[in-house]
Design a binder for this molecule. Structure first.
Ligand code: ADP
Length: 302
């Protein structure tokens, strides 16, 4: 388990990480989501002792990273896939890491196999690797010591859709065996397919934190009908607050802050025929994320 409590990091007058607290639980994949510049990498660097914090603590299984005797056996870290010695081959990089951790050499082949790097690819120098291959090598390095915790910064960067699926399956299996996975991304959809829990950060602050199911469910219901005025009246009379959110082909869509079952019941009791009724999965999260992104871009443009 990873526990982050009240982390704050300032660069001069600028607060990159602002009183950040969250927990990544074992057996779960926790997605750390935020636009570029939100403070994800800084938080992760603090967790693994690469950046000093101004205040707050980060612990891995109850201990700070600096107190772990052989960190590679406890926590696998991938912060920057390109930060490898470009003149070494993938196999050499893994071999050096295995020696450092006191692991048998056969672990190297096991890991190459696990991340689907062929012997030929493993024999090439890393400077000739694609970003996707570097990510695979970085994940292999992180997994080498069979740690209980993985901290991965933007591991899906440079992976194609098949690669993202491969990584999702790998991390899923790892969490299902009790591992703790924290991975960051600046892309909502990328993380949505991988994570069980989400921690959303914007401008250094945590803006949402919960299970993916909770965060996606909070968006309410979308209901489509050809008699939108009647439905809006019936919903309002039931104490709900419908909002018009679109129209196509003679029917209109209302968004309602309630479960589909509640909305369906109101429509049924008022005798209103519906064209479509569904949970507005992710719409709330997506809107929140777009707002965060546009705030950041506004700042960047000013
Ligand atoms: P993310 O990983 O979410 O893209 P970062 O943690 O890399 O965000 O950066 C958060 C903010 O802190 C950014 O505005 C970045 O420019 C700033 N920052 C990061 N590292 C430094 C540094 N060493 N010196 C000054 N500012 C920094």
């Amino acid at each position: 388990m990873i526990q982050v409590e009240n982390l704050t990091k300032k660069y001069g007058a600028f607060t990159a990480v602002d009183d950040v607290s969250f927990t990544a639980r074992s057996g779960r994949v926790t997605g750390f989501l935020g636009p570029n510049g939100a403070g994800k990498s800084t938080t992760m660097r603090i967790m693994v002792g690469l950046t000093p914090t101004d205040s707050g603590t980060a612990t891995i299984a109850g201990r700070s990273f600096a107190d772990l005797p052989n960190p590679g056996l406890e926590v696998g870290v991938l912060l920057d896939a390109s930060a490898q010695h470009a003149g070494r081959t993938g196999r050499e990089i893994l071999t050096v890491a295995a020696l450092t951790m006191g692991l048998p050499k056969r672990r190297v082949d096991e890991m190459l196999d696990r991340v689907s790097l062929t012997p030929t690819e493993a024999g090439r120098r890393v400077r000739n690797y694609s970003l996707g291959m570097r990510q695979r090598l970085g994940i292999a390095t992180a997994l080498l010591g069979d740690p209980e915790v993985l901290i991965l910064d933007e591991p899906a960067n440079g992976l194609d859709p098949a690669g993202i699926r491969w990584m999702r399956d790998l991390l899923r299996g790892y969490a299902d065996q009790g591992g703790t996975v924290l991975l960051s991304s600046h892309l909502l959809h990328e993380i949505e397919v991988i994570a069980d829990d989400l921690v959303v950060i914007g401008q250094g602050r945590i803006v949402a934190d919960g299970t993916k199911a909770e965060l996606l469910a909070s968006a309410g219901t979308l209901v489509r009908t050809r008699v939108v005025d009647d439905l809006a009246t019936a919903l309002t009379a039931s104490g709900l607050n419908p909002v018009l959110s679109g129209a196509t082909g003679g029917s209109d869509v209302l968004r309602v802050d309630a479960d589909p079952e509640v909305v369906g019941k109101v429509a049924h009791e008022a005798g209103i025929p519906l064209v479509e009724l569904r949970a507005a999965d992710g719409a709330g999260l997506e809107e929140m994320f777009l707002e965060l992104t546009s705030d950041t871009q506004r700042e960047g443009n000013s």
